[in-house]
Design a protein around this ligand. Structure first.
Ligand SMILES: [Zn+2]
Length: 293
């Protein structure tokens, strides 16, 4: 019996389009080994995973119960404002966590290609208990202004917390899922990205579904999603990552795209972290790209 190589083992912790599956199989093997090296030492208040210290946080405390706390603190402002405050805090926190984790993992895996840097993200996400990630084929994560990712998060810890508490949200509430995933991808590709949840199981929708794009293009993608699906929500974080902020920092982005995965230069990279993109052998399927353009 012949042992399977890493890239022959079926993916179990993430779902991606077939052309890029080998990259994610490699990342899954790496992340599985990373989380297998786990040492718990409560007498010294320590949980070490591959030598990195982690902390466990009760999921509901970071979601439904955090919303309740903020609503009680902002009772005089009204439920809508309180919900907005809670969402923005959780989104920004998770976005920064995603960026930092992506930076650390890219260094550990010694990868520089944007897609390879991205690949460990969804798998780490699942091993860490946040959610499973299902990236749709219509996604076009090119390293430029045409970047667009459509993806589901089955088993989202945030939706589970609301459902487990017998609560029905009136708006998509998986904001940490949106923040973390967009933070990881921003770091991997080297330019700002924001994500919005357009459907949420905590609201009674069939999926927890997200759209991710540069800040200056997100409204356009959300409008198209609304037109196409007749549902959705403009629930993304605005403020510092807003379209106007994006244009101020980077100038008006260009709109060229190679249609391949990834090959073009991004229209705005942070100058302090010049990337060395090299062409990935994995081309993104084009047949359904129209829904993401
Ligand atoms: Zn959700």
């Amino acid at each position: 019996m012949t042992a399977r190589t890493e890239t022959e083992t079926p993916l179990r912790t993430v779902k991606v389009p077939e052309p890029i599956a080998p990259l994610f199989q490699k990342a899954e093997a790496y992340v599985r080994r990373y989380f297998a090296d786990r040492h718990e030492d409560p007498e010294h208040s320590s949980i070490l995973i591959s030598g990195e210290r982690y902390v466990l946080v009760r999921a509901a405390s970071m979601s439904v119960e955090f919303f309740d706390l903020v609503r009680s603190l902002y009772a005089d402002k009204g439920a809508a404002d309180a919900t907005s405050v809670a969402k923005n805090l959780l989104y920004d926190l998770a976005h920064s966590l995603g960026k930092a984790d992506a930076r650390a993992f890219a260094a550990k895996m010694n990868v520089t290609d944007p897609i390879e840097k991205l690949s460990a993200g969804p798998i780490h996400f699942s091993f860490a208990g946040w959610a499973f990630v299902d990236i749709h084929p219509e996604s076009r994560p090119t390293p430029d202004d045409d970047y667009c990712l459509v993806y589901d998060h089955p088993f989202s810890f945030e939706a589970d917390a609301w459902i487990g508490h017998g609560r029905r949200a009136d708006t998509p509430i998986c904001v940490m899922n949106a923040g973390y995933s967009s933070g990881w991808c921003s770091e991997s590709f080297g330019f700002p990205l924001v994500a919005a949840e357009v459907e949420c199981q905590a609201r009674g929708d069939k999926h927890c579904r997200f759209v991710m794009a540069p800040p200056g293009r997100i409204e356009e993608h959300l409008s198209r999603y609304l037109e196409t699906h007749g549902t959705g929500e403009r629930g993304h974080r605005a403020s510092s990552s807003s379209a106007s902020g994006w244009r101020r920092r980077c100038g008006r982005p260009t709109s060229s795209s190679s249609g391949a995965w990834p090959s073009a230069r991004p229209s705005c990279r942070r100058p302090t972290r010049p990337s060395r993109p090299r062409s990935s052998s994995a081309s993104w399927p084009r047949r359904s790209a129209a829904r993401c353009r």
